[in-house]
Every structure is written in C-alpha cells, then in structure tokens.
Write a protein that binds this ligand. Structure first.
Ligand code: ATP
Ligand code: MG
Length: 777
C-alpha cells in the first residue's frame, strides 16, 4: 500500500512534495496560479497524512463544489483504495455545517429534522415575507393581494416576484457579511430590517435554515458550546481547504475556530476569485497570515496544464488587475502550441455553426492528435448562451453534458421530488401544493381555482395546506366544488398516503423513487415534455421521457450513496428499522446543495461528451479544447449594481477580468474565444474590452466583415482569416488612406485587393458601420 502513496508523492515536483509533506501541525498556505498542481498537491497532502498514520476519519478536506469533492475522492481512492477514500471527510462547507447543525439541532432551538432552503425555497420565503409585510401595511393598492383572489392575486404575485429578486439579493448580501436587522436599523434601513426579520421568522416557523444560517449557526455552536468545540477538535486532526480564495469572511471564521491547533492547509489563487457575489473575500489570505503567524507559504510556479501561448496570454490579461494580493509568475515547460483563435461572428447562430464545424473537424477518436468530444468544453457567462448549442448538437448528433442545467427545475422532476418531500416530517406547504398541481387531472384554470381555494382556507384557518386540503376533499367544509372535483382531490390524498406507506415499508431509496416516478400522471408528463432539453441528445423521445428522467435521478442517487458525509451512520441504522425515510431526507439535503451550486453532474459524464458549462462552474476543471463564447461587452464584463443598473466600479471590472482568466486557463491545448457583432434584434454588440489586453502576437484573429458597396449599396459578408479580403465590383482607386483600426481589430488589406479597392463602409470588430480604406503598409 505505501508503495502507491510513495509513487504518487514522487510524481510531484519538489515544491509540490514539500507542500504535501510538511509537518501536520504547521499551518501552511499553498498559493499558485492555475494548472500548477494545487489540487494535485492537496491530494498528495491527504495521502501523506494517511501514510503518517493519521486515521482517514480524522481528515477533513473542504472543496467548493460537490463535483470537486467527488473528483478528489476519486483521485484519493485511485491511490489509497475506495474504502479508505470513503472514510475521509471530503465535503463542501455547507454539507459540513449541515451535519454539525443537525447533530446539535436542539442547541439551536430546532429539531434534527431541520430543512435546508435552497435558492428556490429561499425565493418563495422572501415572496411570502414581502406579502406579509405588504398586508401588514395594508397599502391600498395591494389590499386585494390576499391569497386566493384570482385576478388581483395573479397581478400581485408578479409584483411580489419582481420585488423578491431584489430582496433575495439584499438578504443574501446582508447575511453573508453578518449584517443584522439591528444594524440595518442603525443605518436607517427600516424596510431592509423588517424584510430580514420576517424572512427569518418564516424560516424558523418551518424549522428551516438557509445556507448562510448554516455557516453562522455552526460558528455559534463552536463559540458557545465548549463540548461541540471539543468534539470537533477531537474529530479533525488535519484540515485542508481547496479554492481558499472563494471562502467568505464567515466561512473563514469557522475555519479559524476549527483549526485552533494549527493543523490547517489552505490552497488557493487570489486571481481566480470569482464568487464575490456569494461573499467570497480574498482578504482571507491576509487574515490567515495574521491568525497563524508561524505559517509556511509555498508557491508553485510551473503550469502543467496549458500550452506556452495560453499561459502567456492569460498572464498578460490578469496583469491588468491592480488589486492583486500575490503577484505570481506562472511559467510552463509545455510546448508553445497554436495561437489563440479569436473569432468574430455576426450573430449567435454563426458562432454556433463555427463551433460545431470545429468540433466535428477536430474530434475523433482514432487519430492521435485529435481530441474526443469528452476533452472539449464550451464555456459561457450566462446559461442562456448555451441554449443554441444544445439545439445544434442535438441536430448534428454531438453528445453533450450540461453543467448547471436546471434538471431539478424541470416540472416532472420537481413533481417527483415534491412527492418524496411530502413524506418527510415537518414538510411545509410547497411540496403538497406542487403534488396537487401535478396530480389533479383537470384543466389549468380549474386546477388553479381549486389550489387558490385551498390556499384561502389555509389563510383563514391558519392551518397547513394539507390539512385544509383534507378537510375540503373529505367534505368537512362546505365548498364550492363539484362532486367529480372532490373525487379527484381525494384520489390525490390517497396517492400521498400510498407514497408515505411505500417509504415506511421499502428499504431502498432507488426502489421508492422508481415507484414514485411511475405514479406521475401521463397527462402531466405529456404536458411537460420539455424534459428532452436536459438530455445529451442521445435518446429521448416521447415514450422514454420518464425512463430518462429516472435514469438521471437514479444516477444521482448512486452518486449520493457513494459519499460518506451525506449519509451519516445513524441514518443507516434507522434505515434498517423503518424503511428509507432518513435516506430520503439526506438525499433531499444533497439535492438542495446541488441546487445551490446550480449543478448537475454525473459520474464519468464527460467521458465522451462535449461539456457545456458556465465559467463559474468550470472552476478547477480542464479540457484539451476550450471555446469561450460570447466574449462581448455586457457578457464579460457584465457590470451591474444592486438594482441592475450598469456600473463600472473598479472591483467589478477586476472580478470580471478574473472570470475570463479562469475561463482561458481551463484549456490544455487549443483555445478559441468568440464574440458576436449583432444580437437577435439586430442591435450591434461590441467585443469584450478584455480582448485587446491580450497581446496581438498571441492571437489569430478571424473575422467576418460586412461590406457595403457605396454605389450598389449591396451588402455581403466575407469570411476570411487574419487579413480581410474585400472584393468589390468597382475599379476605382482608394480616395482616402486612413489606417483601418478599431479598439481591437486592425484591418489590413492584401495587395491583390488593394488594386480593386476603394473606400468602403464595413462592419468591423467594433461593430460600427464605418468608412474603411486601404492600409498602405
Ligand atoms: P486550478 O487552479 O485550475 O484549480 P490546479 O493548480 O489545482 O489548477 P491541478 O488541477 O492540480 O492544478 O493540475 C493541473 C494539471 O497538471 C492536471 O492535469 C495535473 O494532472 C497536472 N499536474 C500537476 N502536477 C503535476 C506534476 N508534478 N507532473 C505532471 N503533471 C502534473
Ligand atoms: Mg485546483
């Protein structure tokens, strides 16, 4: 066994090995640029600790996403064996804190059944908070906003939804920075304070916490309860944190308390900090230096991932950031490779065709220097930009995986999850409401009327949705419903009972999910056939929609079961005694965590499929070929302030530059950066300002020039590389000789075209129709 460990440690370079093997009680800090083997070193560190005799169950490794945690477990498992890897606690901050809060729920005045509210549930709680506050204020315009009042209710719901976005952001930011309602009041923000308070009340009444509560409550537990502190000290003999630059002030606080015996290793790169909207705070590096004065700092400088050209281009870009904590010199011994292709496309469809053609041209198994689909990724700033690729890939039969697809937001999947949630103790109204929506075999309007009526009864009686529904359908309350509608309602109630029985009886969560999925009414499935969207383009047709949904769900279940931290020991014991309720509960937590990351990953998913992902989710990952698409202004950088108003604050521009830096450094061999010149409404778009910060000699610019002949007024589009070739019918010589250059592109004309050239108007890289003439050089 130790041979394998040694082999791994020997494969590291000297600095990496030094970092992996430093004494356990020395706080250490590994700071290095992308692709320099930070994560590889972190894996080495775990192996070293195991080799030194530290029990795997005493090691805590924190990563930023569940995908990164799985990846790390696989890497450790391949050297130390799966059984040992499973023993190591490899966890995100949130799952770690959830375990802690669950184990000590009574100290927090919660029950151990506490629910975790992900993004969607948090939004609903915010809507509810605003609705309650509005009702309290009894504002005349919103007087009619009581539940159940169809027309006004609808109108107001939109109003609350619009407001909720703003307030969700506000509450998140306040909580991330530890701002209390009292502090808001001191600053004169009475409404802000009231929203936070109301929102907290709603969560408390549902025995629920959000992600920020999880961290702050964990800190409270460690600070206020010495026995909890001791338990943690006894449990964790070594703590390692990857992607340290993305920890928030509150998360850092938690680490500082946990690592009071100095047994901590942090790994990070301040240039890759891209989660400030979640409270990430790179001043954590400075705090670490102050709090652990005997720390050892190790820098890794060699990039093993990318070609020389990519490393040089990325480094030149990031040098434009002024606020950098650590200046890093990143070098590589890899070959220089091809230039980065910067491609101008006249619209998103053209951009998509270019990418598809390139992928088909580059891919295929068999030839040594070609890449498989699995080693290709398309990165974008916003989910929306991925859509056009999904359609094209499906048409061209290119298999793909989508990171960040809202699989769990698909109506059918939500119905299945809601059915499972109703079996958990203390389930709130949301899942019941959703099940009724899915199961009542009625037309939309009729269904809405019934649900609104149940809501109305809830409000009047101050009861839960399900008890109101029970009373209505068992005709305890005289209602306005027809007999057939009552029968349908009763059917839904008995389905709910059936699911509950199933959960109590059945031992296997997969079997429960399979049975539950088969209960989803055919009508509902047909209404929501959009499930085809999430598939990699390989299978789906009408008949196997449900089968595919199930396949994905069961894949995720088996992923979940392979992680230790989500299924604590006591859950397993309970599971034998009374069905699989506890496992379902743990699975729901796992899904909430996934929802937070907006991520759905399957094991081995990118084996032979192109990956489509946002840049944020591409963190820590790498591919041979990377396409960064829509590198436009208002995408990268996307600058807006709290109210969605554009702002150009230095901070945001620097964070946006880091985002492009992260994207570029995902590529091993080939990098393509694309931008478009026109949106779907024919509005002209500008290329990202960051493109001109990359030295020109590292780029091969390919553009499509829209040329307009002044005489004929005829427009045509020429696709040429590097130099623009413009063919016009007129023979006149150029009348002007201005150098054609814009922010980013320099347009040169070939000798051949010069002869037949004249002044033209062209749509250039800067996207403005302007006068061009010959550059004489
Ligand atoms: P990021 O900042 O993007 O998270 P990182 O610093 O964590 O990157 P890794 O993902 O650990 O870098 O490594 C990047 C690539 O370099 C991986 O393919 C890894 O296998 C390879 N690599 C790391 N160290 C070495 C080494 N000593 N010898 C050969 N290859 C290495
Ligand atoms: Mg890494």
């Amino acid at each position: 066994m130790p041979d394998e460990y040694l082999k791994y440690l020997q494969s590291l370079n000297d600095r990496q090995r030094e970092a992996a093997c430093c004494d356990v009680s020395t706080p250490s800090m590994i700071v290095a640029g992308p692709g320099s083997g930070k994560t590889s070193t972190m894996v080495g560190r775990v192996l070293f600790l195991l080799k030194e005799g530290i029990s795997p169950s005493n090691i805590l490794a924190m990563t930023f996403t569940t995908a990164a945690a799985s990846e790390m477990r696989d890497r450790i498992g391949s050297v130390a064996g799966k059984a040992i890897a499973k023993e190591v606690t490899i966890s995100t901050f949130h799952s770690f804190c959830l375990q802690l809060c669950r184990s000590h729920a009574e100290k927090l005045h919660c029950t151990s059944e506490l629910l975790i509210y992900g993004n969607g549930q948090q939004r609903r709680a915010i809507i509810e908070a605003i609705r309650l506050l509005e009702n309290e204020k009894s504002k005349p315009d919103h007087d009619a906003c009581k539940l159940g009042e169809d027309f006004n209710g609808m109108k107001c719901l939109q109003y609350f939804k619009d407001e909720s976005k703003k307030w969700q952001k506000f509450v998140t930011q306040a909580k991330a920075s530890g701002k209390t309602p009292a502090e808001c009041r001191t600053m004169g923000d009475e409404i802000g304070a009231a929203v936070i308070e109301k929102y907290n009340d709603i969560l408390r009444s549902c025995n629920a916490l959000d992600y920020h509560d999880l961290i702050s409550y964990s800190v409270k537990l460690l600070n206020n309860f010495p026995e909890v502190f001791k338990e943690c000290q006894d449990s964790w003999k070594a703590i390692i944190i990857d992607e340290f630059q993305d920890t928030s002030a509150m998360q850092y606080n938690l680490l500082r308390i946990l690592a009071s015996h100095n047994h901590i290793t942090i790994v990070g790169d301040d240039d890759q900090s891209i989660f400030s909207f979640n409270g990430a705070d790179i001043s954590g590096f400075d705090s670490f230096r102050e709090d652990f004065p005997n720390y050892k700092e190790i820098r890794l400088t060699r990039n093993y991932r990318s070609t020389g050209c990519i490393v040089e281009a990325a480094s030149s870009l990031i040098k434009h950031n002024v606020k950098r904590c650590q200046l890093k010199n990143v070098l590589t011994e890899n070959s220089y490779g091809s230039k980065i292709i910067v491609k101008e496309c006249h619209n998103e469809e053209a951009q998509c065709s270019f990418v598809v053609d390139k992928i088909l041209e580059n891919s295929f198994n068999g030839s040594a220097d070609k890449c498989s689909y699995g080693s290709t990724a398309i990165l974008y700033r916003r989910q929306l930009s991925g859509k056009v690729f999904q359609t094209a890939f499906r048409e061209r039969r290119i298999p793909f995986n989508i990171h960040g697809v809202a699989f769990y937001r698909k109506k059918v999947v939500r119905a299945i999850i809601a059915m499972l949630r109703t079996t958990l103790p203390g389930c709130d109204d949301g899942p019941y409401r959703q099940v009724f929506k899915a199961f009542l075999p009625l037309e939309r309007e009729e269904k809405k009327r019934i649900i609104n009526h149940i809501d109305k009864i809830c409000t009047i009686r101050k009861s839960s949705f399900i008890s109101a529904a029970c009373d209505i359908f068992s005709a305890k309350i005289s209602g306005t419903f027809k007999r057939s509608q009552l029968t349908q309602g009763r059917k839904v109630l008995s389905t709910l009972e059936m699911i509950l029985k199933l959960v109590h009886r059945e031992q296997s969560i997969s079997a429960v999910i399979t049975s539950v999925a088969n209960l989803v009414p055919q009508k509902y499935l047909l209404e929501h056939r959009a499930v085809v969207d999430f598939d990699g383009g390989k299978l789906l047709n009408e008949d196997n929609d449900l089968r595919s949904v199930l396949r994905y769900l069961l894949d995720d279940v088996s992923d979940f079961l392979s992680t230790k931290f989500t299924v604590p020991e006591e859950t397993k014991v309970d599971e034998d005694k009374k069905g699989c309720g506890n496992v379902i509960k743990a699975f729901m937590d796992y899904l909430s965590e996934r929802e937070r990351e907006n991520l759905r990953t399957r094991r081995h998913e990118n084996e032979n499929s192109v990956t489509l992902t946002t840049i944020h989710q591409s963190k820590g990952l790498e591919w041979d070929i990377v396409f960064i698409v829509k590198a436009n202004e208002n995408e990268i950088p996307l600058l807006h302030d709290f109210n969605g108003v554009a702002s150009e604050k230095g901070n945001s521009v620097e964070e946006e530059r880091r985002l492009l830096y992260v994207a570029m450094t995902r590529a091993r061999k080939r990098l393509f950066i694309l931008y478009v010149t026109m949106d779907s409404c024919w509005q002209l778009l500008r290329p990202s300002r960051f493109l001109k910060e990359i030295p020109h000699h590292l780029l091969e610019v390919q553009a499509e020039l829209c040329v307009k002949d002044q005489q004929t007024n005829h427009q045509n589009i020429q696709k040429e590389t590097a130099q623009f070739t413009i063919n016009l019918s007129r023979e006149d010589q150029p009348s002007e000789t201005d150098v054609v250059e814009n922010d980013f592109l320099k347009v040169q004309f070939t000798e051949a075209t010069k002869d037949s050239m004249q002044t033209v108007e062209a749509c250039d890289g800067n996207s403005f129709l302007r006068r061009f003439s010959v550059d004489d050089r």
